[in-house]
Design a binder for this molecule. Structure first.
Ligand SMILES: [Zn+2]
Length: 217
């Protein structure tokens, strides 16, 4: 799943108006933000296997650090605790925690049974495989994304043109990348996947700028 996770980040703003959209993106997309680095470090692995699902050619052979449920819970607690140091409010830490773990449960809907419960070789792996049903998965992910965007749009208002138009740009940019992911050719190499994955930090940076130019209502 791709833009669905960003949808969660957008939507969380309604419940945590003091937290910048940039941080909410980091929380909701944390697993996929650290994954490219873990690929480059050879800690985790993916195999390009066209046809493995109708939607994505990627076979997620092992990603115990970024995507095992136990580790995900740990990442959620870590980010929740860090946010507590800054915001001193349990509610906001809980929202950050929920954003982080939401990622695993959204991935669960679309992935093949490749999501490990534990960071161990012989662990149970889960996934409901909706990526083999392209229309349904596009509809569900689109619904999550646009619901989140509407929540964000209603929870904030622009203070200038940047706040207005950069939000439109960010939403369009995310949708465009999602379409390119679905319709484009399989990536040429794992290294290319990893470096393309690093570009997701761009969305985080843009989200910080958007949020600085909007205020909560
Ligand atoms: Zn993921």
């Amino acid at each position: 799943m791709f833009i669905g996770h960003f949808g969660v980040g957008f939507g969380a703003k309604k419940y945590a108006p003091v937290i910048s959209l940039g941080y909410l993106f980091i929380a909701a997309q944390f697993l996929d933000l650290i994954w490219p680095t873990l690929l480059l470090l050879n800690v985790e692995h993916v195999v390009i296997s066209p046809g493995i699902t109708a939607m994505t050619p990627l076979d997620f052979t092992d990603y115990p650090v970024s995507h095992s449920l136990l580790m995900v819970a740990g990442w959620g607690i870590l980010l929740g605790v860090i946010s507590y140091f800054f915001l001193k409010k349990f509610k906001y830490s809980l929202i950050i925690f929920l954003c982080v773990i939401s990622h695993w449960f959204l991935d669960l809907i679309v992935h093949r049974p490749d999501l490990p419960l534990l960071p161990a070789e012989d662990t149970i792996k889960m996934g409901f495989g909706l990526w083999d049903h392209p229309y349904l998965s596009v509809i569900i992910e689109g619904l999550i994304f646009f619901t989140g965007v509407i929540f964000y749009y209603k929870a904030t208002k622009p203070v200038n043109k940047t706040g207005k138009y950069l939000l439109i740009f960010l939403v369009s940019f995310l949708v465009l990348i999602q379409i390119a992911n679905i319709l484009g050719p399989p990536p040429p190499s794992v290294t290319a996947i990893a470096w393309a994955g690093q570009l997701q930090w761009l969305f985080v940076i843009i989200a910080f700028i958007v949020d600085r130019n909007r205020i909560s209502v």
